[in-house]
Design a protein around this ligand. Structure first.
Ligand code: NAD
Length: 462
């Protein structure tokens, strides 16, 4: 695994100001696979200056040319797909087929979508006697987590570049090698120097310096609600734009008329994929009391089938946290029907695919984000009860509804306080806005709504 010993700033790899490093560990075997610089506030400042210096020219570059660079970026990512998948597997631990099908493929689709949107978007509109200009917000500070390491980078950088913004990215500590590969791809795609800059480093050091930098115009953050809240507060104090993609505790609502086996099987697969480290995962399965026992049996069987096919979670801290939640669930009265709180292997940060039954809405495992392969199955009495439970957390990122008739599921979905709902197993759409209600976040990513986050309007009156 190749690791750069510098930071990508102003179109070149440069040494960091200090000597601190971050060790990158393979969570499947606990081996160190690389080291990257831990940038500090001085590095962040250098990167922000480079982004500022590049801004005027990039903002004035015709959208067709920006679109061409994004098209080239998509092509480089496609050409290096196997290398990307291998890198994500090495530092995140996800099984290689999943890395190929999701971690490497989705960012290619998203980069492609922004190449098209940049070319097609009207950066000017007529409103009565006004011409409204859609101008780039400016210098963007992007801060990303490790769970979908390339997707989360591309979901920020591609729309920012399409809009004419320049970017400084601070990726997650656990997955910096994927971020370095992305920086190589940006370079290869011919994006001008300074338009994209990468500072690897620790969250409370480089991340905080970026979020608080006075010359950053927009902070776009994806990660935990705890850190998001602090970033939002700092941005508020500085009257700075902020976009937050935070945690989730989504409900999978199985209405009585649904195809139960399909709803349960797809629901379990949704929670177990990426070892449960998906912010939009449907970690609460809601089943009518008449079909509850059957659903629990199906869920336990589906989880048990995963066996060894599931990857590890990202690090030892996360493993301890997830196992602790399973213990807490049992202590609060949940019934363990698959998996459990013991680490299944001696080496690697593995967690057994776990199903907790008899979970009630107020239990910790029904309220807090676990971020591991743990499904809670809850019982509801009637539709109103299901809705109350579904909406009964501080989060509102995603969800699912299953019913015999699509219209019945849609009617329920309209009443859910959440940003995305899959109806009877609807497919992921890279153009659909993604983001949270309530404490799941502020703003939207992907598609034209994602592009709008990086634009501000200026009205000219005639
Ligand atoms: P985290 O908040 O600890 O870290 C996310 C990023 O923020 C990392 O790059 C980290 O270095 C940085 N960071 C940490 N402390 C910081 C600080 N004080 N100032 C500035 N930056 C700081 O989250 P995590 O553990 O890496 O990721 C898991 C969390 O992210 C989960 O809660 C998950 O739900 C959430 N998430 C949300 C989405 C979404 O789109 N809504 C997507 C993925 C993950």
């Amino acid at each position: 695994m190749k690791a750069h010993d510098g930071l990508y700033i102003g179109g070149a790899w440069r040494p960091a100001a200090g000597r601190d490093e971050i060790e990158v560990v393979n969570p499947a075997d606990e081996q160190v696979i690389g080291r990257v610089p831990a940038g500090d506030a001085m590095d962040v400042d250098t990167a922000v200056r480079a982004a500022r210096a590049a801004l005027a020219t990039w903002a004035a570059t015709p959208p067709a040319e920006r679109a061409a660079r994004l098209g080239a970026l998509r092509d480089v990512l496609a050409a290096r797909k196997d290398e990307i998948a291998g890198t994500v597997t090495a530092e995140l631990g996800s099984p290689l087929p999943f890395s190929q099908a999701v971690h490497a493929s989705v960012p290619i689709a998203v980069a492609g979508s922004y190449a098209e949107l940049a070319a097609a978007h009207s950066f000017e509109e007529k409103v009565g006697n006004s011409t409204v200009l859609h101008e780039p917000v400016g210098v963007v500070g992007g801060i990303t987590p490790w769970n979908y390491p390339l997707h989360q980078i591309v979901a920020k950088v591609a729309p920012a570049l399409a809009a004419g913004c320049t970017v400084v990215l601070k990726p997650a500590e656990d997955t910096p090698l994927t971020a370095q590969l992305f920086a190589e791809a940006v370079h290869e795609a011919g994006v001008p120097a300074g338009v994209f800059n990468l500072v690897t480093g620790l969250g409370p050091v480089a991340g905080q310096a970026l979020a608080e930098h006075p010359d950053v115009d927009l902070v776009s953050f994806t990660g935990s609600t705890a850190v998001g809240r602090r970033i939002g507060a700092a941005a508020g104090a500085a009257v700075k734009k902020v976009a937050l993609e935070l945690g989730g505790k989504s409900a999978n609502v199985i209405l009585p008329s649904a195809d139960l086996a399909r709803a349960v099987n797809v629901g379990v697969a949704n929670v177990m994929s990426n070892s449960g480290q998906t912010c939009s995962a449907w970690t609460r399965m809601l089943v009518h009391r008449d079909r509850y026992d059957e659903a629990v049996e199906l869920a336990a069987a589906a989880a048990a089938k995963y066996g060894d096919r599931i990857g590890p979670v990202v690090n030892a801290r996360q493993q301890a946290r997830v196992l602790g939640y399973i213990e807490k669930g049992v202590a609060e009265g949940a019934r363990l029907v698959a998996g459990g709180p013991e680490a299944p292997r001696e080496q690697g940060y593995f967690v057994s695919p776990t199903v907790l039954a008899d979970v009630t809405p107020e239990m910790t495992v029904a309220q807090e984000e676990i971020f591991g392969p743990v499904l809670s199955v809850l019982r509801y009495e009637d539709e109103e009860d299901a809705l109350r439970i579904a909406n009964g957390t501080v989060y509102g990122l995603a969800g699912a509804v299953w019913a015999g008739e699509e219209s019945e599921a849609v009617a329920f979905a309209r009443r859910m306080d959440t940003g995305q709902v899959d109806i009877n197993g609807g497919r992921f759409n890279p153009l659909a806005p993604f983001g949270g209600y309530k404490q799941s976040g502020v703003g939207r990513e992907l598609g034209s709504h994602g592009l709008a986050e990086y634009l501000q309007t200026k009205s000219l009156q005639f």
